[in-house]
Design a protein around this ligand. Sequence first.
Ligand SMILES: [Ca+2]
Length: 186
Amino acid sequence: MTRGLLVLLAIAGVLVPMAQAAAINVAFNKPAEANNVYPPLIPGNAVDGNWESAWAAALPGTPTLPMWLTVDLEGVYSIDSIVLVGPHGNVPGNTHVYNLYSTLDGFTWELITSGTLTDTFDYVHTVDTDGDAMRGIKYEVVGGTHWAGLYELEAYGSDVPEPSSLLLVAGALGLAALRLRRGIRA
Ligand SMILES: [Ca+2]
């Protein structure tokens, strides 16, 4: 095995653990907003890590729907899954029909999926998002007869490499090759 190959493997050895880092909830305590709020059930309650605290709208059901909540991830992340925790124990059997969107720029929203959370009986949904890049997430309630709301929104993922990071890696590889050609030991 050549010294050059050893250097490349050593650098790759640093990068592999970063790529395999466990996914974390990148929505935790991020800025959240909603188009309607019933104080003290503020939007931030949907990203506080507590499944028993909720965001809720003040106006119930139609014709006030849709009600929505957005979370700014404050950066672009590769998201593997989104967990929605709906109402449980308020009005058992009540449904919350929702659309789930993502955005990269805060203006254009792309539909991820639609579903129905059912109070107490089916109130936790895990949505597989295949590592899609996201900057923000929107939960939009478009149906249901009671107050729209959400107890928690979790987004599990990891950092998407920024172009500057890739340049640093390329630079490190180039520097290693240059040092080898000149016989310089690291
Ligand atoms: Ca909560």
